[in-house]
Ligand binder design. Structure first.
Ligand SMILES: O=C(COP(=O)(O)O)[C@@H](O)[C@H](O)[C@H](O)[C@H](O)COP(=O)(O)O
Ligand SMILES: [Mn+2]
Ligand SMILES: [Mn+2]
Length: 345
């Protein structure tokens, strides 16, 4: 996969992040999303690849999106056979979230990023635009914690696996009414809660890095973001489980349809016959090789945000590869005009 895409994938997320960051703090949610989508599409279409979008995100709120099924890359063009050796190029599936945390960008808050995951065809779970209950935890707790267990039990397990008290654990939970009981239980168990308004991809992946001071992500976010998080966690060896949520009563929002029954019918039509299945990272990102790339838009736990200067910008990205078994933090200076000076650090 690395040989097919190379370092170009970094530029895809960098370009999306730079475009979106120009609208940081302007209160323009859709615009911040839309420019990221366009920048991502434009840069992806310059890569010598045969890509297909399997997770485009955006359906649920009519946000601008890269369409599910959209073909991207030079080798999907009509004249592809003249410019590409189609027999040699593998087909790849791509899950994108060009602006993960559109509210965070619009209101100038921390934690937004441009992000994508890639695998060979069929290697990423084509998650419906439903909700997902998620559990992310450090590698030391992988397969010891279980989403079927109570938060109290899982916190005790993480505490044992990390050799630190439950009081020294920090759990990220999305600040939503649906998490009232979950938050109360985590606090009761003795752990500390970091409430976030948006951006659970960053929170999930942060669990895999000691020093992030995030030891678990618990609760319900969106399913497409779950697959993207799982792709990174699979490469990093962290724990990730997800279970689709199809009952509007659980999330207390009409965004996933009118009724549980109609949602089950929709899932069945998509080939998901067991709507209650609990997926682990290796099932959500099952491809032989998986590549993940993200670039900070606003500053976050994992990466700094885009910093503009006279004539250019500086970005920080994270690229994770199952093939080369690497997690690279990439610090890039982008020169738009002729900058007056380039800062070393
Ligand atoms: O915060 C998020 C928003 O993502 P985006 O629309 O790309 O800016 C995601 O990290 C969440 O996973 C998820 O989208 C959210 O929990 C679902 O929205 P909500 O109904 O407000 O909880
Ligand atoms: Mn998102
Ligand atoms: Mn988004």
């Amino acid at each position: 996969m690395d040989n097919v895409i190379g370092l170009e994938i970094i530029e895809v997320v960098e370009q999306a992040a730079i475009a979106s960051a120009r609208l940081m703090g302007k209160g323009l949610k859709d615009e911040a999303d839309s420019v990221a989508v366009e920048a991502m599409r434009e840069r992806m279409n310059k890569i010598h690849m045969r890509g297909r979008i399997v997770i485009g995100e955006g359906e649920r709120d009519d946000a601008p999106m890269l369409y599910i099924g959209e073909e991207v890359g030079i080798c999907t063009r009509e004249d592809a056979k003249d410019v590409c050796n189609l027999d040699e190029l593998i087909e790849i599936d791509i899950a994108v979230d060009p602006c993960e945390g559109t509210n965070l960008v619009a209101y100038g808050q921390n934690g937004s990023m441009a992000v994508l995951a890639i695998s060979e065809k069929g290697g990423l779970f084509a998650a419906p635009d439903f909700y997902m209950n998620k559990l992310a935890a450090p590698a030391a707790a992988k397969n010891h914690v279980d989403i079927r267990k109570t938060p109290t039990e899982n916190l005790k397990i993480i505490s044992d696996c990390l050799g630190r008290s439950v009081e020294d654990l920090v759990v990220v939970v999305m600040d939503r009414p649906r998490h009232k009981d979950l938050i109360a239980e985590i606090r009761q168990a003795g752990a500390r809660v970091r409430l976030i308004s948006d951006g659970d991809v960053s929170a999930a992946i942060s669990c895999a890095f000691s020093g992030s001071n995030i030891h678990a992500l618990m609760g319900i976010g969106a399913a497409p973001e779950g697959v993207i998080s799982a792709a990174a966690m699979r490469c990093l060896g962290g724990h990730f489980q997800g279970q689709l949520i199809y009952d509007p009563a659980v999330v207390k929002t009409g965004l996933i349809g009118e009724s549980k029954e109609s949602n089950i019918a929709r899932l069945t039509a998509m080939g998901i016959t067991d709507p209650d299945k609990i997926y682990n990272a290796e099932e959500l990102a099952s491809g032989e090789t998986v590549l993940f790339a993200a670039c900070g838009i606003t500053p976050g736990t994992l990466m700094d945000g885009v910093r503009f200067f006279g004539g250019g910008a500086r970005t920080e990205s994270l690229v994770i590869s199952s093939q080369s078994k690497t997690a690279r933090f990439v610090d890039t200076i982008h020169m738009f005009d002729q900058p007056k000076s380039l800062q070393l650090k």
